[in-house]
Design a protein around this ligand. Structure first.
Ligand code: UD1
Ligand code: UDP
Length: 386
């Protein structure tokens, strides 16, 4: 039987990380059944947002790099759409795999679906119910352009049913008769797979930063609603600084370039005071192994990231999410994620709660068995191998 050809589409940091779980399984258990071609849109291009993950994780190097770079939404999405269409047509895949909710996800979904190539959307069904988030529009369109929708949680599965997707559909599947499939979360695969290695390979990393286990809080902020609004940006970072000082605890902050640029331009005095602060480590983005080590050893996490929020759960850490809402509602219901918006009072309250009750919290397994990539690839073979 001939191999099934998949296009694995990445563009932004978390997609490279997620795609590595698929790449690893293709190179291993599925090497006789699946041929993989990796397309990098070039949405992320700095070494620490892209290359570092290809060096560190077992992901196939891109066969095509579309080099679109940064730009406003329309321009960036349009450039990906135009360039990826040519590659899809020339590669003639059996299916196109997309991840999450970035502009790369949206453009790849549209290009593939309009050329009648079936789309597999990993992380389908996530909803914030806030369409002012660019990601919400991207994920809704991507889901509705897909033939195989891989939902990572029960909530995601139910969200899809509420939008008219039907679990009772039967083969042959198509964009008009899509298959909705519930698996665990693909990011959990990676956190499990790399957690020990991170401990071994990066054991001097914390010492190098001058912090010790359980005596620092990890902070990541990159969402446009927080970086592009000076009031929210200042509220979040001033409160982080205040909490560090009041509690004499270190804050480790690997920051997306977008956040560094925003702080420098929109809050220069605050940026200067954070840069010189003895309790604050403001860093460029770190590698995945460094990141999961930081998560594993932190006292608490403060973030607006989707991925880091989930990883807080994988590593049993309380997490303050500086957004109004989240797609990962299980974590909020579980009491281990608290939504604090960009409100200093809510951030302080959540902090106080976690400092007092942190050790009593439970972290049940909402995200599967850490073998989502294998389950997804088995399903892809069932659905698309003729
Ligand atoms: C994108 C995704 C977001 C995801 C995030 C993961 C969209 C709409 N947003 O946000 O959902 O959570 O990736 O990290 O797709 N920049 C650099 N170097 C780079 C890339 C970007 O400096 O390699 C800077 C540029 O100033 C750029 C800005 O970051 O304008 C924003 O980059 P962009 O790719 O548009 O969105 P992200 O904020 O990274
Ligand atoms: N991450 C990383 N280095 C960093 C910050 C994040 O490796 O400096 C990883 C993190 O562990 C997670 C993913 O990047 O797996 C999350 O990406 P991001 O926060 O950029 O995007 P989101 O998940 O919000 O879309």
């Amino acid at each position: 039987m001939s191999k099934l050809k998949i296009l694995n589409i990445v563009g932004a940091r978390p997609q490279i990380i997620k795609a590595s779980a698929i790449s690893r399984a293709v190179a291993g258990e599925f090497r006789d059944d699946i041929e993989e071609v990796v397309i990098h849109t070039g949405q992320h291009y700095d070494r620490e947002l892209s290359e570092v993950f290809f060096d560190e994780l077992e992901i196939r190097r891109p066969d095509h790099n579309l080099q679109v770079g940064s730009g406003r939404h329309g321009r960036q999405t349009g450039m990906i759409l135009e360039r990826i269409e040519d590659v899809i047509i020339s590669e003639k895949p059996d299916c196109v795999i997309i991840y999450g909710d970035t502009n790369s996800t949206l453009a790849a979904a549209l290009a593939a679906a309009k050329q009648h190539y079936p789309v597999v959307h990993i992380e389908a069904g996530m909803r914030s119910f806030n369409k002012t988030m660019p990601e919400e529009l991207n994920r809704i369109v991507a889901d509705h352009a897909s033939t195989l929708l891989i939902a990572p949680t029960n909530t995601a599965f139910k969200n899809l049913m509420a939008e008219g997707f039907r679990p009772e559909n039967v083969a042959p599947y198509s964009i008009n008769n899509p298959r909705v499939f519930l698996t665990g979360d693909i990011m959990y695969d990676n956190s499990l797979f790399y957690a020990d290695l991170a401990g071994r390979k990066k054991q001097d990393f914390l010492t190098g930063l001058g912090v010790t286990e359980d005596r620092y809080v990890l902070v990541t902020i990159h969402r446009d609603s927080n970086t592009d609004d000076p009031t929210r940006l200042t509220a979040i970072f001033s409160t982080v600084k205040e909490l560090a000082e009041r509690n004499s605890i270190d804050m480790v902050m690997p920051l997306h370039p977008r956040t560094m640029i925003a702080l420098r331009n929109r809050a220069p005095e605050l940026y200067a005071s954070l840069s010189e602060h003895p309790l604050i480590r403001m860093l460029p983005p770190v590698s995945f192994l460094e990141m999961i080590l930081l998560e594993k050893k932190a006292k608490m996490i403060i973030t607006d990231s989707g991925g880091v929020q989930k990883e807080s759960h994988f590593f049993s850490k309380p997490c303050i999410v500086v957004r109004k809402e989240t797609e990962w509602v299980e974590l909020v219901r579980n009491g281990t994620v608290r939504l604090a918006d960009a409100d200093p009072e809510k951030i302080r309250e959540a902090w106080q709660f976690f400092m007092e009750k942190g050790s009593t919290l439970q972290y049940p397994g909402f995200f599967g068995d850490g073998k989502a990539a294998m389950t997804i690839l088995r399903e892809i073979l069932l659905v698309f191998r003729s």
